[in-house]
Design a protein around this ligand. Sequence first.
Ligand code: SF4
Length: 346
Amino acid sequence: MKDQRIFLEEMPYEELNDYLMEKTGQRYRIQQLSRYLIQGIPTIDDMSSLSIALREQLKNDFNYGSVTVENEYKSSMDDTVKFLFRLHDGYCVEGVLMKYNYGTSVCISSQAGCKMGCKFCASSDIQFSRNLTAHEMLRQVYLMQKRAGERIGNVVIMGIGEPFDNYENTMGFLKLVHEPDGFNIGYRKITVSTCGIVPKIIDFAKEEMPVNLSISLHAPNDEIRKTIMPVANRWSVDEIIKACRFYVNKTGRRITFEYALMGHVNADKKQAYELVKLIKGLLCHVNLIPVNSTGSNGFAKPDQETIKTFQSILESAGIPVSLRRELGSDIQAACGQLRKTEMKGL
Ligand code: SF4
């Protein structure tokens, strides 16, 4: 039978206050509980300053979108740690903790599964199960910060799922993680990545939140893009670039284009020149990512010469480029791989 109880995190403040007053008669309980929610406490049992009796009462009366660490995989090559998180209803998502010389970053998931079907992504053949709530996204940050033992400096929403296909919860998460009483992470330290849901790029431009926007472009034309990203059948490269121009004009912020280099697909000189033509003059930055083969996707990492040539064609045209350090390649720190193995029974 379906659990009819309301989620604790969805209770309006006044009602929760009335409930706590009725159960405990203590005014300060609402502040304690609200702070726990804003801080992303992963389960009710972790609310250690509440009495055991009150925690039991809460567990009895409410549902809770708990998130727990099912497993973690530490890279032997660097400090990257990949997490498999278990949600309250049994679904799994993934997160990655990365240490850079400028600070600690986490990558979180926004959906259990993904509908977008990008061919190079391990999440693409995992059936979409459901959207994550804003609090479930926040709880991933909490768990990875706890593991890191230090304050998280940057958050990227680039794990399993398409955040703009779960737009309202993603916006809710951005506000929560920015809360001064919670993680207090500046908007400029957060990046949202989309595969190009054009109407949501427009909506996001109007949000007046100075969050970084990253577009998974991966091809300079529709012909190639359609072969690797089914979303290209819905929105063309030109429509995406037009939306990006709107975003830049509206916000004055620079866009990042993610471009996974795949040998014999999109990494030749011809595509580099095409990309230059497409984005020249736009306030942007290109992040090149030599593809991290998942074994089953059939894509090959281009050789060093090809990668270098692609990079230098962009640089010569005055386009800022970076080549992503391949963090945690021994633990396959690309989204979807752990979940895929773990969710076979669900
Ligand atoms: S790359 Fe992102 S949008 Fe594409 S299938 Fe993977 S998770 Fe979904």
